[in-house]
Design a protein around this ligand. Structure first.
Ligand code: HMG
Ligand code: MG
Length: 303
């Protein structure tokens, strides 16, 4: 029988995943304003920055400034991506409360995204997660390409299980099952969650769907039916990965929230406030939001 969760925690990834791939550099000031608007909506987790190589991802080059300038609200965490020791040290210096390490299930994507093998990526993550704990920080563990790889195509779900177990054993509190290129469909997503659950508790699984093929919301629903209650999304549907050509933005926060509100699932997030952030970032980027809900509600608001 279908049993949807009573509440869902939305992890907003727009300021990081959303802006890392934009053709224009959004100013530090605008990033800070965006993050602060998102904070006012009731979101409790806002991925704010990435301490990655600026040679690889120039759009995240001002991450230290962003972390320094944002007003941090009590009870809200602002996770940051850390690919290596240098990134981790920068996260500590920025007083981040949470890091995110990121691996993938495919060797080709690992090479393209981090110039490393999957084993090298995971071996680098072990001391970062250990030291994060020593600093009182939490660590999320992303797994990219869970439902398909831009280079290798189909992915063996057992490989996802293997990486998920390794990330959990090293101490990640949450495993983020990511569909980087957005090719997955609901049955496939649900089958993967079912495969993971005997080894990874359902409360420790988050889902992160890019919406390239318009499947993200349906995938979330299918995973929620199995008890998944942590969902990543991005304001205005921004996003994409520089190393996954053609991948569209993440599931839009507005579309996710509209569905969750309609299902009576608690999130603690205000749609009115979210729209302020949608409106703001759409103005900065000079284009309407990718989200249907964002478009419809902004139009309605204008009268
Ligand atoms: P590399 O080129 O092999 O490493 O990159 P390197 O050590 O030779 O470093 C190259 C240069 O970057 C050097 O500068 C380093 O100092 C510098 P140089 O000496 O030439 O002047 N550098 C750094 N600078 C600042 N911060 C650092 C840092 N590290 C090195 N932390 C590396 C290896 C892993 C660093 C690189 O490949 C990298 O940064 N990759 C990150 C790529 C990335 O951010 N991708 C997007 C995020 S993942 C994603 O979007 C997927 C996700 O959303 C889930 C999903 O949807 O699937 C999470
Ligand atoms: Mg992503």
């Amino acid at each position: 029988m279908t049993q949807l969760p009573k509440s869902v925690r939305i992890v907003e990834v727009g300021p990081r995943d959303g802006l890392q791939n934009e053709p224009v550099m959004v100013s530090t000031e605008d990033k800070v304003t965006l993050i602060e608007l998102l904070g006012k909506s009731g979101l409790k987790n806002i991925e704010a920055a990435a301490f990655v190589s600026p040679k690889w991802v120039p759009r995240m080059a001002d991450s230290a400034k962003v972390m320094e300038q944002i007003e941090r609200l009590p009870g809200v965490t602002y996770p940051v991506l850390t690919p290596n020791k240098r990134g981790f040290d920068a996260a500590v210096a920025a007083n981040a409360q949470e890091i995110a390490v990121f691996g993938a299930v495919s060797e080709s994507f690992s090479k393209a995204n981090a110039n490393s093998s999957l084993d090298e990526i995971l071996n680098r993550a072990i001391p970062m997660v250990e030291q994060a704990k020593a600093h009182g920080m939490k660590a999320r563990g992303y797994i990219s390409c869970c439902l398909g790889c831009p280079y290798e195509g189909d992915i063996d779900p057992l490989k996802v299980l293997d990486v998920a177990i390794q990330l959990r054993e090293m101490g990640c509190f949450e495993i983020v099952v990511s569909d980087t290129i957005g090719t997955g469909t609901p049955q496939q997503a649900a089958a993967l969650i079912e495969l993971l659950v005997p080894r990874i508790p359902i409360e420790e699984i988050a889902v992160h769907f890019h919406d390239t093929y318009g499947q993200a919301l349906a995938n979330v629903y299918a995973c929620m039916q199995l008890g998944v209650s942590v969902v990543d999304s991005s304001i205005a549907g921004l996003g994409g990965c520089p190393y996954a050509k053609g991948a569209a933005g993440n599931l839009a926060t507005e579309d996710l929230l509209y569905m969750l509100d309609g299902l009576g699932i608690e999130t603690g997030v205000s749609m009115e406030r979210i729209l302020e952030a949608t409106d703001f970032i759409s103005g900065v980027l000079g284009r309407p939001p990718a989200s249907k809900t964002g478009q419809a509600l902004l139009k309605k608001r204008e009268g």
